[in-house]
Design a protein around this ligand. Structure first.
Ligand code: IVH
Length: 698
């Protein structure tokens, strides 16, 4: 089909050579639309069809125009590159790192030129490799690397494979000779894809797009270069014969006209402040650009002025490179250690050979999680790339080389490095978490939760006091709360006798807990107030939960699998049980008014008879101690619901207060809903109420 369409497209041309010329012209045009402007007008299929017909015609006639896209496919490999001498040395630029230095540059320029106003240009400093393209009578005859500035390597065959490099230029303003200078680079996306492919094939990785691009240009087989998806941007010239260009702005227009890619957001800057504005804007845009830039190049626009400014040995006086701070650096992993955070997550941390990244010395970096270590096969001694973007904690991006001497990967710890409790895998396995109730880094959060209103409700023990208790050393361990005395507290700054007495009284009061509140107070993952209450409905004592199996817990209707596992893991840890037992010796008593209001289905009875057989007991106690408020229209008569609650030992109150257990909200709820929200009282729909409090009634 495509062949037919292409044939038809060429219908009016008979002569095979003329057909070839036409195909070359069209293919180059569409190549430009696709690769430079990113705005294709024909399908890939049609392009490929034209290309194949071109190849056939070229083969049949032996006629290959010098700008034929068939020349881009890659010539045979070379033994070595020829030397390429630059007729005008390719200079480098002075790097500067602050606006003060930009202003000094401007001052020097204006001093030499003795003018007040200078027009500059600003363009990104592409992080790639410099090349020079020589066009003789419009035809690309040589591409050379910069080398030492005077002599580079002839990489013509490789550069010809880059789709955005014009093989020929036409028009009445095409000079006899022009050397065009630019930067070859690779986009971040193409680089990532390249490294991903290499990783899958167990090949060593490239540290960054620049190395990958440079490697592709400076290797001997053009066919490999052709696969690497290189790009070019053009920003300067060497020798020009037969054309006069007077400024950078004019050069960029000429380059664009002749279909050379030019620097992204090339801009003229009237005065140095427009240049510094540009530098700021580009820095913000930098992370979101599809390619890496490492700064901005500020140049004097007019060539005549450049002439007057002249050059130093290695760099011109008419341009500077403002360099941004690097986000990435290469270093070595000295050690890998587990580290535990305040939520109990145990993260592997790489201890690094110190390296400067973005102006900060980095010597530690997170390795995220244990799967990541396995995935990247990270070991001690490895050379890695680390990245630090903004204030973000540095991270290891990829491993460049494995240290041959070290073949041990860090094994994931089985116990918490801080407290020795079990380390449990969760959330699909990637996260490792310590279940220790008494784990020092977690203590702060755990105690605040333990004392909170819905837990043991220790009035007066909030965030602020908790911090004081830790900092003074009075509370070093979870059980220390129950050991506090009035005298201890009075020693603390700003602690009056009255508040000390009040807090001690609140702590004493909290020692008489109900099982559901106590379970909730333990702060077990995925176990909120309702899960805790469900457990209390089924398990009479805290001791009956010691060593409980997740399977047994998940028999409880409404109980999620995650909650069941988390609770089982918690009670499988002997240290946690010891902590609870210590709390008991310090006065903790646990009653369970909720227990026994549910019946197990018969088939489960035998299987779990040791732990879970509970007979139907007085259903009247199911809601004992709970206060409900109802608002809005319920799907059943409100008085029936009220009767149900009261019949089960619960209370129904007309107004929401801090004491309200739960607000049941029906259709068009009233202001009670706002009040409940303001007080942090739990709100449930009628269906949720049934599911939570009557899980076994169908
Ligand atoms: S102009 C006389 N413009 O930076 C110097 N260079 O440190 C002419 N570079 O060797 C260079 N982007 O490889 C210029 N927009 C840009 C550039 C750029 C990247 C590289 C180039 C040069 C090096 C100088």
């Amino acid at each position: 089909m495509i062949y037919y369409a292409v044939e038809k497209h060429l219908d009016d041309i008979e002569d095979p050579k003329a057909r070839i010329d036409r195909l070359v012209e069209e293919l180059n045009h569409h190549n430009y639309l696709y690769h430079v402007l990113d705005a294709p007008e024909i399908s890939d299929k049609f392009y490929d069809g034209m290309f194949r017909i071109l190849l056939e015609l070229e083969r049949d006639t032996g006629y290959i125009p010098p700008n034929s896209p068939s020349l881009r496919v890659g010539a045979p490999p070379l033994d070595k590159f020829d030397k390429a001498v630059h007729s005008i040395p390719m200079l480098s630029l002075d790097d500067i790192f602050s606006f003060d230095e930009v202003f000094l540059f401007d001052q020097r320029v204006r001093d030499i030129l003795e003018t007040a106003d200078v027009v500059y240009t600003a363009e990104p400093k592409y992080d790639g490799l410099a090349v020079e393209l020589t066009y003789e009578n419009g035809r690309l005859i040589r591409a050379a690397t910069r080398g030492d500035g005077t002599t580079g390597e002839d990489v013509t065959q490789n550069v010809m494979t880059i789709k955005t490099v014009p093989l020929s230029i036409t028009g009445d303003d095409v000079p006899e000779l022009i050397e065009i200078r630019g930067e070859i680079f690779m986009t971040k996306a193409d680089f990532d894809a390249l490294n991903k492919g290499r990783e899958e094939n167990a090949k060593s990785l490239f540290a960054n797009p620049r190395n990958a691009a440079a490697g592709a240009v400076r290797q001997l087989d053009p066919a490999i270069t052709a696969q690497r998806k290189l790009r070019i941007t053009c920003y300067g010239t060497g020798i020009i014969k037969g054309l006069t260009l007077t400024s950078q702005t004019e050069l960029v227009s000429w380059l664009k006209k002749h279909r050379f890619p030019t620097p992204y957001r090339f801009q003229s800057a009237k005065g140095i402040y427009e240049a510094t504005d540009y530098i700021r804007e580009m820095e913000t845009a930098r992370a979101g650009l599809p390619f890496n830039i490492d700064g901005v190049v500020v140049k004097v626009d007019e060539f005549a002025l450049r002439q007057r400014l002249g050059e130093k040995t290695r760099s011109p006086r008419w341009a500077v490179a403002y360099k941004y701070q690097a986000h990435q650096a290469q270093t070595r992993i000295i050690n890998i250690v587990p580290s535990i955070g305040r939520t109990g997550v145990i993260t592997p941390i790489a201890i690094l050979e110190p390296v400067l990244v973005g102006g900060v010395t980095v010597s530690r970096s997170t390795l995220h999680n244990w799967d990541e270590i396995r995935r990247l096969e990270i070991r001690t001694g490895d050379t890695v790339i680390i990245e630090r973007a903004g204030d973000v904690i540095p991270k290891v991006v990829c491993v460049l080389r494995h240290d041959a001497a070290s073949d041990t990967q860090l094994a994931e710890p089985e116990v918490c490095p801080e407290c020795g409790s079990k380390a449990v895998r969760e959330e699909g396995g990637a996260v490792l978490r310590c279940v220790g109730l008494n784990c020092p880094p977690q203590l702060h959060g755990r105690i605040i939760h333990f004392a909170s209103r819905a837990a043991l409700n220790i009035d007066g023990l909030g965030e602020k006091i908790a911090v004081q208790l830790f900092e003074s050393g009075l509370v070093k361990d979870f059980t220390d709360i129950f050991r506090l005395t009035k005298e201890d507290l009075e020693k603390l700054p700003r602690f009056a006798e009255k508040s000390a007495v009040n807090l001690i009284q609140a702590i004493e009061k909290s020692k008489a807990a109900t099982l559901s509140r106590f379970i909730f107070a333990l702060g077990i993952r995925h176990s909120g107030e309702f899960a805790s209450r469900l457990i209390a409905l089924h398990y009479e004592t805290i001791e009956s939960l010691y060593g409980v199996k997740a399977d047994a817990l998940s028999l409880i209707k409404q109980m999620g699998d995650k909650t069941s596992s988390a609770i089982a893991e918690f009670f499988a840890d002997e240290r946690n049980i010891k902590t609870i037992e210590t709390l008991k010796t310090l006065g903790l008593t646990i009653t369970n008014p909720d227990y026994g209001a549910v019946e197990y289905k018969d088939e489960y009875k035998d299987e779990y008879k040791d732990k879970d057989t509970t007979d139907v007991k007085d259903a009247g106690r199911r809601l004992a101690g709970l206060t409900f408020v109802i608002t809005g229209t319920l799907p059943v008569a409100r008085k029936d619901v009220e009767g149900q609650i009261r019949g089960a030992g619960g209370a129904v109150s007309p107004s929401v207060s801090k004491q309200t257990t739960c607000l049941i909200a029906g259709e068009s709820p009233g202001f009670k809903l706002d009040k409940a929200r303001a007080l942090g009282v739990r709100t449930v729909s009628y269906d949720e109420y049934l599911a939570i409090f009557w899980p076994f009634s169908e």
